[in-house]
Design a protein around this ligand. Sequence first.
Ligand code: ASP
Ligand code: MG
Length: 261
Amino acid sequence: MALIVQKFGGSSVADPESIKRVAKRIVETRKAGNEVVVAVSAMGDTTDELLDLAAKVTPMPGGRELDMLLTAGERISMALLSMAIRGLGVEARSYTGSQAGMITDAQHGKARIVDVTPGRVREALDQGAVAIVAGFQGFNRSTGDITTLGRGGSDTTAVALAAALSADVCEIYTDVDGIFTADPRVVPRAKKLDRITSEEMLELAAAGSKVLYIRAVEYARRHGVTLHVRSSFNNNEGTLVVNPKEENTWKSRSSRASPAI
Ligand code: ASP
Ligand code: MG
């Protein structure tokens, strides 16, 4: 049995139909015998709409209140996604960032993850449930306040969960088929890459590729998490982002799980 973390961005859960489509995909992964943890972003443009709303009540909303407001977006999508999965007859439970143990520093709007204590997520998996975690949010122990990780931060939530749970792979679902040599919408002959190292991915991200959030790639490299960037619209293999020291992470992880004594 593999442990798979799946991340779905805002465009993958933009409306009820999309949420049901994503739920089906999660259920298929679960029914194939895997343990599944999902990190989900807010629906569609929710985060932008919440920011606009804040700007309409004051020019200075303040970091703490802004984080409280923005994290509501992911709370909506996680609950709806969990309901949709349960509607398909599979047990699912949603968790806020703090419930899932995403501990951060205290910087509102750009917090960094300092620890992950996913006890409740592990417990849900042990009971056969799919765990749905709100992306992009955490909790600071000293202030006791809710934080956000910066725009696009759900990728980091997924990678951090994958690292803390020793997942076999972290699948990042998006609306393109993977990582390309150039933007396929601009350069029609751009080629999809089957495999790339996290070093190369960091270079692409620095050069403007927006497919993966740079902090998430750094986190994956530091913690040896294999990423699989793929489309939520088909079942094609996407692009594997691997870590050179651990070229075949999948194999080395399973051999680590059962050490030869
Ligand atoms: N909803 C947040 C944003 O739009 C986080 C994310 O999408 O990853 O930035
Ligand atoms: Mg978003």
